[in-house]
Design a protein around this ligand. Sequence first.
Ligand SMILES: [Cu+2]
Length: 659
Amino acid sequence: MERKHGVCSFFSTNLEVVTTAIDSIFLPYFISLTITLTNREEIHMKKISKLFLIAFLFCCLTRMVHATSSDTMSLTDEPGNWFKSNNTGTSLSVINAGQEVNFKISNCCTNTRHTVTLLIKPEGSNLTLDQDHSITGTLSATFDVPGVYVFVCKVHPYMTGVVAVKDADGNIPDVTTGSLPFISYLGITSLPADTVLAVLRTVASTDAEKAAKWDIRTSADQVIPKVPGVGEIWIDTQFEHVNKQTDKRGTLKPGTITIVDAETFTVEREINGLGAKGMWNNPHNMWADFTLDTIYNTNWFGEWINKIDRQSGRIIQSITVGEAPTHIVTIPTLGSSERGVLTIPLSAENNFVKVEDGSDGLKVIDSKPTGDGRNHPHGHWLNCGRGDRMVVPNVFKGVGVAGSVSILDSLTGDVLKEFDHDSNDPLRSVLLMPIAAGECHVNGVSKAYVANAVSGYITVIDVDGMQIRKNIPVTVTPDGQTGKDLLNTLQVPIQTPVSPDGKFVAAAILSLTAVPNAKTNSTDYVVIIDALTDEVVAYVPTPGGTHGINWGAKLGGGYYAYVSSQFANVLAVIDIDPNGDGKGSDAAVVGTILLANGSNGAGVTDGTGGQGIKPLPMVHDGWIQPTVELAGTGILSAEVEDWIIQLTPEQKDPEGHEQ
Ligand SMILES: [Cu+2]
C-alpha cells in the first residue's frame, strides 16, 4: 500500500489518499492488468518500464474513482472527533446530494476495528450503511437526499460523525421529527441542522467546541461530602490529552487515570500512559488484584491491557489481548484453580479472554466465544460471592442493533444460556445493544441488571434460574416520558452495579445531547432501582456524559455510589440513603469533586472522559473478603491495611450480613 502511494506521488503530488476500498475493488483488475502488460511488453513496449506504466494506469484509475468521491472521513481515537473529515478536519462533512463519502478505518488514525452505521437520515433517503461485525478497511456511501445524516460505531456507540448534504440552493434542510423523533418532544416539528449539531455532545472536534458543549466545571463548583469515604477512587479519565502520549506509529492517543483520595475527596495523583510503550489508548476500565496493590487497565481503542503498581503509579507491564478490550473482572471463586484470573470481553471480537498474572507476569491463558456467532461482548460482571457465573452483554449480532445476553460458566467458559433478541417476545424485545451488566444477590437470589443502549431498558435476569424476570425503562424523552428508545431520548443507559448489600441498583444514564429533560432538569442522571421490587425509586441529576458508576465504602457503614461522566471534569458522589430509612427515594449527590488538576497540556480535556471507575477497597461480596483475609498477614501494604481497619463488619462481609 505504502509503495503504491510513493509511485503515484511520482505522477502527481496532488493525488488523494488511495483508500483501502479502492485497493480491494481494483486489486483483481490491477493484477490482471499487470499480467496483460507483462505479455504485451515484449512486443510493443520494450522502451517503457513496466512498473512505470502500471503505476501510471493505476493512478489514472484511482483518480477516476476519486472524481466521484467528495470527502473521506477517517475513524479516529480522538475524543469528539471520532469521524474526521479530510475536508474540514472535524466530525462534520458537508457535501452536495449525489456525492460520495468514503469512511476509512485504518491504523493511520485508530488502533482497533469499528463499524460505520447509519443511525439518522433525512426522510426519503434510501441510504443504508451497516456491518454485522467490526472491520478495518473503507466503506463508501452516496448521499441521495439533502439533509443531516448521523453515523455511529456500534462497538463504541458514542463515536459519531455527521454528513450534512446541501440542497440545490446550497442550504442544509432542517432536521424533522420524521428523521429524528427526539425533536417532537420539544414541541416542534423540525430544527435547523446547526441547532441539532450545536447540542450533540459527541461531536465536539475542537477544544472550543468541547468547552462550549461539554460540562466543564471549576473549583468553585466543588462540594466535599460531609462523611468521608474509605480508600481511593480510580477513574479512567479517558479523554484527557497528554503531550507526547502516542502509539507506536507516533500518533497522539488520549487518556489518563485520575485517583481521588476518598478520605479527603481530593485528587491525589494522575497516571498517564507515557510509560506504556505505545500500548495505551483511551483507558477504559479497571480492576485490582486482592492485595489492591496491582491495578489492571483496559484500552478500549487499542488491543492491550496494562498492569499498574498502585502505589507508585508505574506501568509494570502491557500486553496484547485482542481488539477493543472492555472491562476486567477477576474470578473470586474460593478454591478455584483460576481464582484471581482476569476475564476480559473483547468488544471488536466475538470472545472473552482470560489473563493470568503469574510469577512471569501477565499471560493470556484462554479465549472463548461469549455466544453464538459474532458477539461484540462488552461490560460483563461475575456473580457476587461465588463468581462461578459470568453475565456477558453481546452488544450486536448481525446487521442492525439486536444483541444478546449470555450466562457463562466462569471456569470452563462454556455458554450456559444465551438470551437472543426477539421482537415478538416481550421480555427479549428490548435486547438492543446490551452494553453493561451489574450483578449481586438480592434476598438470596443472584440477579443481573443489563443496560440496553438502544431500547433504554434494563433487563433483570435471575442468574441461577437463567430467566429474564423483567425489563425496567430508565431513559426519558425531553418532556419526561419513559419507555422510549434511543431516537426518542438520545440517551443511553450504561453501567448498572448492584450495591454490595443487595439493596439497590444504580444505573448511569448518558445523554448524547446538551438538552435537559423535564424529569430531572439535567441532561444526565443516575437511576436508583430498589433491588427487591425492581422499581425505580429515584432519578438523581448528575454531570454531563454520565457513564461509569460503582460502589465504595462510606466511613462508618454503608456505601457511596461514585459516578464518572465523560463530558465533564468532575466525579459525583451519591449518598444512596441520606436519612438512613432504608429507602433510596432520597438518594442525592452529596459531593462534586473536580478531576481537573492542571495537567500540562490537557487544556479543556483535563479531568474529562470519566468512564471506568474503581473504588478501592473493592467492596462487592466475593472480592472484599479475600483482601480482608490478608489483613495482618504482612502481605498488604500499610495503606491497604489502614483501609481495611476502617471498614465495618458488614462492609467486610456483605453476604454474611445480608438482610
Ligand atoms: Cu468503534
